[in-house]
Structures are given as structure tokens and as C-alpha cells.
Design a protein around this ligand. Structure first.
Ligand code: NAD
Length: 416
């Protein structure tokens, strides 16, 4: 059965409403998006034919500041998926106490089937269609699945051409040469790494004696796998959309990154000691740390019983459903929730945004130091609340994040 991510997001919110004594009016307001924009994107393909794609930009909440959230290109994109992702962004920016809200965008397209030129035209036309609702003070997109610094450069260019002034602050995750931030491309993975280091210390474990499995080997999965490998943790399983590989002695992560740089799928990695596995099999491998870093709804009521790890570190947004959460809790598996675990990305996006506004750029040392400080502060807050209230890390993170948004709504009141 297809799981609807928006229903999941609403259920996660509902799960903390009673614990927080949340005003029912505010709960009702938070279930809804502030703005949903769906656009048609007509593109002249390289072969001369015309194709129309559907794109969306959705703002869940701008009560604490401009909307913030990535843009994804994927054949699975739909309004309910983007609504969920926008709501999760509201909680993520709030958990870090950033003066930002939550938004998300997406285009229903299989980008692997488009040429570079077609992708550029798609991005430019999509940008024009959503231009009136984005901007440095309104809503600031960033990369997500299948989008990257080049995509952001095109968006920034279109926006700047229409405004008649170069406006780097309209997107984050741009190339450094046009106002991007050092460290942004590795920020999400580095954030995951800082948090797992802090958590294993608390659990009295040592990464050097531990094993990890990484599902999804893109911008997020590559960095966390590489950092774990460099520190001596055994990465025994890795997958991408084509399937996964497993070696009980640990995979050579550097070689697999090389393969990806050459645009080859994981299944092309051939070694005697390495076994090829399907994506569902990768998730149920026995390991210490399981890192879903691909997409939503990967750990569900169907497979949670078979998950065999100590810690789940959510690199992806929404990889675990509420049904799975209950089972994992019962099995005493520690789940570091997405809105905390992968928040390093939006945090360095925020650093990029303030560097752009101030036209003053920081060095990498400062970026990584501030990333670590802010993220670990949020982590400590979540950890302590979870101990104090005897709740999971997800519930604790939601209590903190939702409280701040609720208070902002209360203070601002209802317009008119
Ligand atoms: P990406 O496009 O760079 O990489 C996605 C990877 O997942 C690819 O290797 C793809 O082959 C793989 N994949 C897709 N479907 C899969 C499946 N069913 N099983 C296994 N692998 C699969 O995307 P990304 O930016 O790394 O984003 C991955 C996840 O992390 C998404 O949920 C995204 O929302 C989340 N996230 C990304 C960032 C960021 O800064 N990029 C920040 C926070 C959260």
C-alpha cells in the first residue's frame, strides 16, 4: 500500500499535540500549508517535441521568517510529498532556532532522461513560474534530490535577470563563485557525522568498532559514508536506486565514490568479497548504524520488525513511518530523527544566506565550527528533553520545534 507522506507528517504532529498541551486552534492551523503553487512547465525538447512538466512550490509556514527548503526533481514528486517535506522544514528550522520557516519545491520529472540543455530550460521556466513567491525575504530554495549547485545558479540567474539586480540570497547551495558558501556541499553529511559522534560517546560506544549501512549514495550518503570510513568505522553496505552492495569486512568507500564520480551505478562495483543485494535487503542487514539517505517511507510497518541495528541516523527526510517508529522504540533502537540528524544542510544554507546579505564571506574553519556548535546545541537540548520526559528523540525534537512555531503564531495573532 502506498504511504502518503503528508498523512505521515500530520500523524507525527498529532503525536505531540497532547504531550505539549497544544492549543487546538494552533494544531488546526499547523496542519495546513500557507501557500501551494502548482505550475505547468512547457519545454522544447532537443528533438523538437514539446513536453509539459508539472512543478510545485509549497510554503508550510513563514511565521518565524522566510520559507526555506529544497527543490527536488523526481518522477515520484506529488503535492502531498512536497507538503510533507515543507512541514518537516518548518520543524527543522525551528528546532535550530533559525529565523526561517518551512517550504519545499519539486518538479515531476525523471532528470536522468533529460539532457543538460533540457534540464537548464526546465529549471529556468520553473523559476519564472514561481518567481513571484520566492525571494530573499519570502522563500529561499536550495538543492535536494537530483538538483545541485548548477541548478541553483540557473535559478539565481533567472531571478536576478527579472529583478534587474544580482540577488545571490534568493537561493542557497549555489557555486562558491557566485555567492555560495564554503562547506555547503558537505554540510548535511558533516552534520550527520557530528551527531553520530556525540551520540556514540553518550552510549559509551566507539565508532572504530562499529559497522554502518548507508542507503542512498548521493549528496548526503556519500559524505557520511566517507567520514565514517575515514575514522575507521566499517561501512558494510551501500546502495543507490539500482540496488546495493555488501561486504562483511567493510567496503572500500573511496573506490565507490570514484565510481559515482564517473556517473556509474553501485551495481557496477564488482569485487570478489562483495555481494550484490536488493534495496530491501540492504535495509535489514545486521549492523550498528543504519543510515537511510535516499527518500521517504523506507522503514515502515512492513520491514521495521526485521531492522537489525542499534541506531538509525536519518539522513533522508521522512524515511521512517510512525508505525515503524513504534516498533523500533519497542526494539530499543535509537532513532535520530531527520529534523535533527540532517539539519546541517539547512544550517549552512542559513550561513550562506547571511553571508550573501552581508556580502561578507567566512572561511571553512568558521563554517564547520559554527555548524558543529549550533547542531550539537540542538542535539543536547533534544537528548535532555527525551530523557526528562521519557520520550523518543523524535518526540522530544518535535516538542521543541512545534512549541517555538506555536508561540510565534500566538504572539503574532490572527490577521486581520
Ligand atoms: P541525491 O539525489 O544527491 O541522492 C539520492 C540518492 O538516493 C542517489 O544515490 C539515488 O540513487 C538514491 N536512491 C533513490 N531512491 C532510492 C531507493 N529507493 N533506494 C536506495 N537508494 C535510492 O539526493 P540527496 O540530496 O543526497 O538527498 C537524499 C535525501 O536526503 C532526501 O530525502 C533529501 O530530502 C534529504 N536531505 C538532503 C539534504 C541536502 O542537503 N542535499 C539536506 C537534508 C535532507
Amino acid at each position: 500500500m502506498e504511504i502518503n507522506p503528508y498523512e505521515v507528517a500530520k500523524k507525527q504532529l498529532k503525536n505531540v499535540v497532547e504531550l505539549m498541551n497544544l492549543d487546538p486552534d494552533i494544531h488546526e492551523k499547523l496542519k495546513y500549508m500557507e501557500r501551494i503553487l502548482t505550475v505547468s512547465i512547457p519545454i522544447r525538447m532537443d528533438d523538437g517535441s514539446l513536453r509539459i512538466f508539472q512543478g510545485h512550490r509549497i510554503q508550510h509556514s513563514t511565521v518565524r521568517g522566510p520559507g526555506k527548503g529544497g527543490i527536488r526533481y523526481d518522477f515520484n514528486v506529488n503535492v502531498d510529498e512536497i507538503k510533507a517535506l515543507a512541514m518537516w522544514m518548518t520543524w527543522k528550522t525551528s528546532l535550530l532556532n533559525l529565523p526561517l520557516g518551512g517550504a519545499k519545491g519539486g518538479v515531476e520529472v525523471d532528470p536522468k532522461k533529460l539532457t543538460f540543455g533540457e534540464l537548464e530550460r526546465l529549471t529556468r521556466r520553473y523559476t519564472v513560474e514561481i518567481l513571484h513567491i520566492i525571494g530573499p525575504n519570502k522563500d529561499i530554495p536550495a538543492p535536494d534530490m537530483n538538483t545541485n549547485a548548477q541548478t541553483m545558479a540557473w535559478i539565481m540567474d533567472v531571478y536576478s535577470m527579472h529583478k534587474g539586480e544580482t540577488t545571490p540570497g534568493v537561493v542557497t547551495g549555489k557555486p562558491v563563485e557566485i555567492g555560495g558558501s564554503l562547506g555547503r556541499n558537505r554540510a548535511t553529511g558533516m552534520g550527520l557525522f557530528y551527531i553520530i559522534q556525540a551520540l556514540v560517546k553518550k552510549l559509551d560506544l566507539n565508532l572504530q568498532n562499529m559497522t554502518a549501512v548507508v542507503q542512498g549514495f548521493g549528496k548526503v550518503g556519500i559524505v557520511i559514508a566517507e567520514e565514517l570510513y575515514n575514522i575507521g568505522c566499517k561501512v558494510i553496505g551501500i546502495s543507490d536506486s539500482t540496488g546495493g552492495i555488501f561486504s562483511e569486512n567493510g567496503l572500500n568507500v573511496k573506490e565507490i565514490i570514484e565510481l559515482k564520480i564517473n556517473q556509474k551505478p553501485i551495481k557496477d562495483y564488482k569485487k570478489n568479497s562483495v555481494k550484490f543485494l536488493s534495496n530491501p535487503e540492504i535495509l535489514t542487514l545486521k549492523c550498528d548504524i543504519l543510515i537511510p539517505a535516499a527518500r521517504e517511507n523506507q522503514i515502515t510497518g512492513e520491514n521495521a520488525e526485521n531492522i537489525d541495528c542499534k541506531i538509525i541516523l536519518e539522513g533522508a527526510n521522512g524515511p521512517t513511518t510512525p508505525e515503524a517508529d513504534e516498533i523500533l522504540n519497542r526494539k530499543n533502537i535509537v532513532v535520530v530523527p531527520d529534523i535533527l540528524a540532517n539539519a546541517g544542510g539547512v544550517l549552512v544554507s542559513y550561513f550562506e544566506y547571511i553571508q550573501d546579505i552581508n556580502a561578507y564571506f567566512w572561511d571553512l574553519e568558521r563554517i564547520n565550527k559554527e555548524l558543529k556548535n549550533v547542531l550539537l546545541k540542538a542535539y543536547e537540548e533534544v537528548y535532555h528533553l527525551s530523557k526528562e520526559r521519557h520520550v523518543s528523540l523524535r518526540v522530544a525534537a518535535y516538542i521543541i520545534a512545534v512549541s517555538r512555531v506555536a508561540e510565534a503564531i500566538r504572539l503574532r495573532g490572527l490577521y486581520p
